[in-house]
Design a protein around this ligand. Sequence first.
Ligand code: NAP
Ligand code: MG
Length: 744
Amino acid sequence: MTEITDIMMTMEYGPAPDNADAAFAWLDAHGRTFGHFISGAWTQPAHLFATHNPATGEPLAEVSAGTPEDVDAAVAAARAAFPAWAALSGYKRARYLRALAKAVGKKARLFALLETLDNGRPITESLGGEIPSVVRYFDYFAGWAQLVGHAFPDRVAYGVCGQIIPWNFPTSMLAWKIAPALAAGNTVVLKPAELTPLTALLFAEICTEIGLPKGVINIVTGAGETGAALVAHDDVDKIAFTGSTEVGRDIRARTAGSGKGLSLELGGKSAFIVFEDADIDSAVDTLVESIFFDQGQICSASSRLLVHEAIANDFLARLKRRMNGLRVGDPMDASTDIGAMIAPSEVDRVSAMLDQGEAEGGRRYEAEIVLPNRGAFFKPTLVTDVAPTHTLVREEIFGPVLVAMSFRTPDEAVALANNTRYGLAANVWSENVNLVLDMAPKLKAGVVWINGSNMFDAAAGFGGYRESGFGRDGGRECLGGYLKPAFEQKLEKAPAVPAAPISSSGDVVKAVAAARKVSGWAGTSGAARAASLYRLGEGLEQRRAEFIGRLVSCGASPSEAEREVEATIERLFAFAGWADKNEGVVHDVPRRATVMAINEPIGVIGIAAPDEAPLLGAVSLLAPAIARGNTIVLIPSESNPAPMADFAQIVETAGLPGGVVNIVAGDSVALSEKLARHDGVDGLWFCGSAEAGAEMERLSIHNLKQVWTTRGLRFDWFDKPALEGDYFLLKATQVKNIWIPYGA
Ligand code: NAP
Ligand code: MG
């Protein structure tokens, strides 16, 4: 007689294929051929290339490869639409965003079918996860469209935003980019990925259906060259990019000196840390979802397992069992866990990486399952016996491959987790609240998920540290990234300053080493940093007469000198005030989770102070960087370094830990170039000519440090409303979002 347990052991899901007829009908209605969507109309299809279903290899439709002329036409349309769109009331923009949300919701099934056909993701994930998140994104930013003026009274929209997205989540990436840009009053030209253009084209259609003013959203399809043309276009004011770190670097270099706003959401190599006391079965399940469910093609995939030594064997055994139960196959089948990779070439690339990993000593375990006999499928794979130097541990694989290592102590887990050039996400599993809250700030990642993984919401910022890029998608931080301070528009070109002959330059590399070595400064309380800044202000106050004399000897009149010293003391007090008030927030996300967005320092910031206002200029930059817990290498005014040399004594007597502020006088451009090249520097603020500023941006690409420059413009260092607010604080800060799900 058959036992129930036998049935349970052998029970199989029957196939439950969905019907994609509606998507094929839509493609047929367009003759399976598409032009670009520019100024509310379709262009004549030209330079056609096919987009395929990666699960079958079949061509789905032909789309146009955008030429520089197409990009030019789209940018012109966006430019023409911009004034009216930006001038529209926030309420009216909100109505349009809300209409987009509703229209996507109404066509959710069609979007999901097209997404699955074009990308290979299981239909259950498209329908149940991705498309609802798109609706939520437009709804959330509809609210901001109306509130943006209240939340950011002194900022204005950039203008025309060029947006470039990858193939892994075509529709949600589109929403992540377009919704905040429109809410802030920008118009956009979006380039979807070559491999997955279809849902963007369906989205274009609904722009017409809801009566969106023409030119507000323009979609130009094509490959990398089309994206490059958009990046290079002179009339684009901001580039928002999601994709690989390699292309991100290229875009940083190509936009150097252009003054274009830039946000880069790049690759990752995220750690999944499991402590002894974790809920092991939940951890295994969540890990499997995080690394395998989208074929590992998620930037934030948990691709590095770090498991406590005491439970490692048990954990890996349960993981393998779970891997063997995965169903890889037809993405249109509702019982499929894992669909196809994006293209056969990706299967080959990941296989080659695995071969290399094995050659380096890694041991490979493939899920014991049978793959369909055609299509771009890949077996979920686990690699053990790896070391931190192995390629598979260092490089982003972007496929269903997990590498596993073990650790003994929390400190070792942190060291392993942070041993990467990336910094997108990290996951911590433990039932011990003390432990997880101690770990979260130590992990160098833009998002930390506690007892969970890959949780996202429109209200919570998402984005990386280090070579995972800068800027955020989602939340208020993202909206702020689509706005610029109004005062910047009024700045005029600074007169050229004759270069002072510099006899010798100090050792900036030693200074960086000192700035990196300071331990614990970032972790000090805001109150402690406030006290330090107050002491700096009071120290200057005590030596006011001496500093006035110094500035006079630098060429200032006595009254100018007095005004500058007074303003510098006031500036130090302002940022002392900010130091313990520039707090994070708790996001309200529609699930049982608390999301703490905490403000963290960037790290080591190099500052090349302006030549004018040799005391106030330097302190205006130094103070917000200190307030936020950064350590600093400061190059004072080249022609008048003496006031800051004196200020170094005040820093010493104020009791700041050695290494927090390092002052190195010398040739400002030459020293800044060294800082721009240095991987130990995380941010660079450069005051100087436009040409030199451009060079700093170009030189920054190796570790993708965040660079701000004056672009040769003359800042009024006495302008309190502009410079005593969050202008520099924001540049001194990176936001970490810590997700803490709860519930008994
Ligand atoms: P990719 O090659 O960098 O492509 C991304 C986009 O840039 C595509 O639209 C691509 O066009 C375009 N592009 C390529 N070369 C360009 C150039 N020189 N100038 C301008 N645009 C150019 O990345 P992918 O392979 O599609 O996507 C995978 C990568 O994206 C992974 O590294 C992943 O980690 C990252 N990603 C990051 C996030 C995040 O939020 N941090 C999210 C998703 C993915 P084509 O499609 O025609 O090549
Ligand atoms: Mg495709």
